[in-house]
Design a protein around this ligand. Structure first.
Ligand code: UD1
Ligand code: CA
Length: 448
């Protein structure tokens, strides 16, 4: 059966008190709506219809949706029922129509598939859950025989109805045929003066068609975000879910409450992640890595057994096996480290390649460098890469030894096995196997 999935994203989201439309608010650094799109587009034979309102251009340019997506404009936000109505003419005949809300990003593919499998052309199926705090949500009204007869919105609910804890997730499915009959029947004679989608439940009941309810109990999967507090709540739920899925693949965390995933993250086996680590963008961590407290890793690939010491930042970089970074190091953008490289305390590496087992363990700046293998970069070494106009390159051959507190003024080539005396300012190339001294000679003068 064809599946038409309608994602409602036209609401103004006033309760969020932000200039950014609600469905573009980030969860794990990705817009709420993008989460919903990513999940829905995994359903076979599905076509997405996304209903947008005032911010339609911004929304369309801020998310990635399948090419076949039908963007539908709801000019005035007259309610969720009115929003779905805007899609009626583009729904395929006899398709199964699933309605999801753009502000409910945690719903899983498994749940949507279950809902679809329980939907036929003659019924309506509904996802509900038990809310510890049902504030603001539609309550599920059941007869004494527990048959569902309708949904009442909180604004319209009586005192006793408000005590009901089984609530509407907003996600429902039925045939396009049913929707074409029910939606034109909706009235807005309610507290919000809106056309509520939820009223189709009583339409279905009145036609004596069956209503199938899938109640997910106290699962957090169906929670939505209307305001900043709820969004924050979803953020932590999402983060813990991500951590859990990594734990299942053999990753270990010091505390799942203190780690943040903000992108497409791949983590190998037996990786340990300490507290307050942020992984952002496209990050890949190989097996047996150790990521210490406070590390921030963005758009980078770390191979196997890399050790990142506390409070280090790695961005747009590649780190080879067995390398170690930090504490307090800044690697990248544009750093490529081979195997067994050590970049230590307060060292910055930018747009540079560093060969096998090269070490820069303390207080150095390596910018626009091409360093071969097994070099020692002494404490306080500066690659002087900027002459005020241009950035220039420094090449250092393998086994070179750069004495502490040296300035290497680029463009510069330092040959293999050469040695730079501590405190030198090197402005001329140094050929292989030379000792270069670029400093004034020490004089010891008799004290008076
Ligand atoms: C809605 C449900 C409520 C349910 C809750 C679950 C209705 C009437 N109420 O309430 O039963 O418990 O979700 O989270 O449906 N939207 C439009 N156009 C509109 C209005 C809204 O596209 O004219 C979109 C919004 O962008 C949002 C979604 O529909 O993504 C839901 O709207 P919202 O105002 O958040 O509904 P709730 O008050 O949360
Ligand atoms: Ca909502």
């Amino acid at each position: 059966m064809n599946v038409d999935i309608i994602i409602l994203a036209a609401g103004e989201g006033k309760r969020m008190q932000s200039n950014l439309p609600k469905v573009l608010q980030p969860l794990g650094n990705k817009p709420l709506l993008q989460h919903v799109i990513d999940t829905c587009s995994q359903i076979n034979k599905s076509k997405l219809h996304i209903v947008v309102g005032g911010h339609n251009k911004l929304i369309q340019s801020s998310v990635k949706a399948p090419r076949s997506t039908n963007w539908v404009l709801q000019r005035k936000q007259l309610g969720t029922g009115h929003a779905v109505k805007q899609t009626l003419s583009s729904l395929r005949p006899n398709s199964c129509v699933v309605v999801v809300y753009g502000d409910g990003p945690l719903v899983r593919i498994k749940t949507l598939k279950k809902l679809i499998s329980r939907t036929s052309k003659d019924n309506l199926s509904l996802l509900t859950f038990e809310a510890s705090n049902p504030k603001g949500l539609g309550r599920i009204i059941r007869q004494s025989n527990s048959k569902v007869v309708g949904i009442v919105e909180e604004k319209d609910a009586s005192v006793s109805e408000r005590k009901i804890t089984e609530v509407n997730s907003g996600i429902m499915a039925t045939s396009s045929k049913n929707l074409k009959v029910w939606l034109p029947q909706l009235k807005n004679n309610n507290a919000a003066k809106e056309y509520y989608l939820t009223d189709v439940v009583s339409c279905c009941h009145n036609e004596e068609k069956s209503i199938t309810v899938i109640n997910l109990g106290n699962s957090e999967e169906l929670l939505g975000a209307n305001d900043a507090q709820e969004l924050q709540n979803l953020e932590r739920i999402y983060q813990k879910e991500m951590a859990k899925s990594f734990i299942e693949k053999g990753v270990k965390f010091a505390d799942v409450n203190r780690v943040d995933f903000r992108g497409e993250i791949v983590i190998g086996k037996n990786v340990f992640i300490d507290i307050n680590v942020v992984l952002q963008g496209n990050v890949s961590l190989g097996n047996d890595c150790i990521i210490s407290a406070g590390a921030v890793i963005k758009d980078s690939k770390l191979n196997k057994k890399v050790k990142v010491e506390p409070y280090s930042v790695i961005e747009n970089s590649q780190i080879g096996d067995n390398s170690s970074i930090g504490p307090f190091a800044h690697v990248g953008p544009g750093a490529e480290l081979e195997q067994g490289v050590e970049v230590g305390n307060f060292v910055e590496v930018k747009r540079s390649k560093i060969g096998k087992k090269t070490k820069a363990k303390h207080l150095a700046y390596i910018g626009d460098g091409a360093l071969e293998a097994e070099i020692n970069v002494g404490a306080g070494t500066i690659f002087v890469n900027y002459d005020g106009k241009n950035k220039n390159k420094t090449k250092v051959g393998s086994n070179a030894f750069i004495g502490s507190n040296s300035s290497l003024v680029a463009p510069l080539i330092i040959g293999k096995n050469s040695m730079i005396g501590a405190g030198s300012v090197i402005t001329k190339n140094v050929s292989e196997n030379k000792l270069a001294l670029g400093r004034s000679k020490q004089k010891n003068i008799k004290k008076r």
